[in-house]
Design a protein around this ligand. Structure first.
Ligand SMILES: *[C@@H]1O[C@H](CO)[C@@H](O)[C@H](O)[C@H]1NC(C)=O
Ligand SMILES: *[C@@H]1O[C@H](CO)[C@@H](O)[C@H](O)[C@H]1NC(C)=O
Ligand SMILES: *[C@@H]1O[C@H](CO)[C@@H](O)[C@H](O)[C@H]1NC(C)=O
Ligand SMILES: *[C@@H]1O[C@H](CO)[C@@H](O)[C@H](O)[C@H]1NC(C)=O
Ligand SMILES: *[C@@H]1O[C@H](CO)[C@@H](O)[C@H](O)[C@H]1NC(C)=O
Ligand SMILES: *[C@@H]1O[C@H](CO)[C@@H](O)[C@H](O)[C@H]1NC(C)=O
Ligand SMILES: *[C@@H]1O[C@H](CO)[C@@H](O)[C@H](O)[C@H]1NC(C)=O
Ligand SMILES: *[C@@H]1O[C@H](CO)[C@@H](O)[C@H](O)[C@H]1NC(C)=O
Ligand SMILES: *[C@@H]1O[C@H](CO)[C@@H](O)[C@H](O)[C@H]1NC(C)=O
Ligand SMILES: *[C@@H]1O[C@H](CO)[C@@H](O)[C@H](O)[C@H]1NC(C)=O
Length: 328
């Protein structure tokens, strides 16, 4: 027992030494490139940006480009640039060209253009300590593009969930297909107007599934208060409404890994995996409590039916695995 403990300790120490001895940078410039052997690390080390593969049974070696907390032992990807366009060949490259275009390519072909400047700009891209990846005009530090404007399944402190009618932006979360596939899944979370206030609305396959109830006095009706002292993470929720639009945001004091993640099962979890949405596990379609939205049920289903999670062993192939995982 003791020797295993020592082994783990020495492993951790060597990892620590290793990471501190590698010179990391938070910025790329025109002419630099990032590939699967190089990452960006934000100035104080909070976040890492790079290419990653997500492990899953019989993996097809798809890789993605995204951001994670450097010290998250689960390495949850809080942002993914190309969730619906995985790189299936060996190498992905991220670069800024001399026009200021930020693009992911693989073996010379374009995978995804993150920002097309449409004009010549000397641009740099920096991973900030907030987790925001920002493309800036090097001359006047004007923001040309930022990852916070393109959320995937996770809201970080400082990100917006809501909309701006002037710019036409609509910041929404989209769940992954399953734990291993970042492609758009069944659930979306957005902020929608209700009377003078606004509420979070979760859609399941495009149909309203759950609502948070209106924002009132520092919280939404059907969400737990995340700033209570029993929660290891202290979240302060903010709601902003002005002529342009409405958005919800939060900041987290004393939080190492703060986030709100919309999971592929339609839960909203914080960094410690506590439920932000409480207490309903699952909306069955016939209830209208705790924010669940009543829906038209299939004729074969009775209101007395409930669901339980079962597991079984079966030969896993990639397609059967994805089919099962995506039938949420
Ligand atoms: C990855 O990037 C590094 C640094 O820019 C470079 O030295 C290396 O050749 C690149 N690897 C590939 C396979 O392109
Ligand atoms: C994934 O990559 C490894 C090593 O490059 C290769 O041996 C394996 O066959 C690949 N798997 C698939 C499903 O392509
Ligand atoms: C920059 O834009 C100009 C005009 O659109 C184009 O001709 C040129 O090829 C672009 N340069 C790069 C590196 O893409
Ligand atoms: C790019 O710039 C040209 C000329 O400035 C303009 O006509 C065109 O509409 C622009 N395209 C986009 C997509 O903004
Ligand atoms: C970065 O991490 C440090 C140490 O955990 C923390 O004090 C700081 O608030 C973090 N910065 C941001 C912007 O999250
Ligand atoms: C672009 O900006 C960088 C500073 O980020 C500067 O070092 C470089 O000389 C600039 N390049 C051009 C072509 O202006
Ligand atoms: C909405 O977008 C407009 C145009 O980009 C901007 O001027 C305004 O400040 C934005 N409003 C908010 C609340 O961010
Ligand atoms: C934003 O997107 C969500 C989900 O896609 C949609 O329900 C909502 O109406 C949109 N809001 C605005 C203001 O466009
Ligand atoms: C969720 O939102 C994304 C991005 O706005 C959209 O592509 C997708 O179709 C939406 N999914 C559903 C089920 O509404
Ligand atoms: C924090 O929690 C207290 C109750 O414990 C509540 O009164 C207050 O409004 C909460 N603040 C925010 C910003 O959520």
């Amino acid at each position: 027992m003791a020797s295993i403990f020592m082994l783990i300790l020495s492993f951790l120490c060597s990892q620590g030494l290793y990471s501190s001895s590698v010179a990391a940078t938070s910025t790329i410039r025109v002419g630099d490139q990032l590939n699967s052997t190089t990452n960006l690390v934000s100035e104080n080390g909070n976040f890492t940006l790079g290419f990653f593969t997500v492990g899953r049974p019989n993996s097809q070696n798809s890789s993605y480009f995204g951001v994670w907390y450097t010290n998250d032992d689960r390495q949850r990807k809080v942002w993914v640039a190309n969730p619906n366009s995985p790189i299936t060949s060996s190498f992905g490259v991220l670069a800024i060209d001399s026009n200021g275009t930020l693009e992911i390519t693989s073996e010379g072909s374009s995978i995804m253009i993150l920002h097309d400047q449409n004009g010549t700009v000397n641009a740099t891209a920096t991973l900030e300590d907030s987790g925001n990846f920002v493309l800036m005009d090097a001359a006047d530090r004007r923001t040309l593009w930022q990852s916070f404007d393109h959320p995937t399944n996770t809201l970080l402190a400082g990100m917006k969930l809501g909309y701006n009618l002037t710019s036409g932006q609509n910041w929404t979360l989209t769940s992954w297909l399953n734990d291993y596939v970042p492609a758009a899944g069944a659930f979306n979370l957005s902020l929608e107007s209700i009377g003078d206030s606004a509420q979070l609305v979760m859609h399941r396959r495009g149909e309203p599934y759950w609502t948070s109830g209106p924002w009132n006095n520092g919280n939404f009706e059907f969400t737990v208060t995340l700033n209570d002292t029993s929660n290891p993470y202290q979240y302060n929720l903010h709601y902003v409404s002005n002529g342009d639009g409405k958005y919800f945001t939060f900041d987290a004091t004393d939080a190492k890994i703060s986030m709100m993640e919309l999971t592929s099962k339609g839960e909203i979890l914080d960094g410690a995996n506590s439920r932000f949405v409480s207490p309903a596990d699952f909306c069955y379609g016939y209830q209208a409590d705790n924010g669940c939205v009543k829906t038209q049920l299939p004729g074969c289903r009775s209101q007395k039916d409930s669901f339980q999670q079962l597991s079984a062993n079966f030969p896993v192939t990639t397609s059967s695995y994805e089919t099962i995982q995506s039938q949420v």
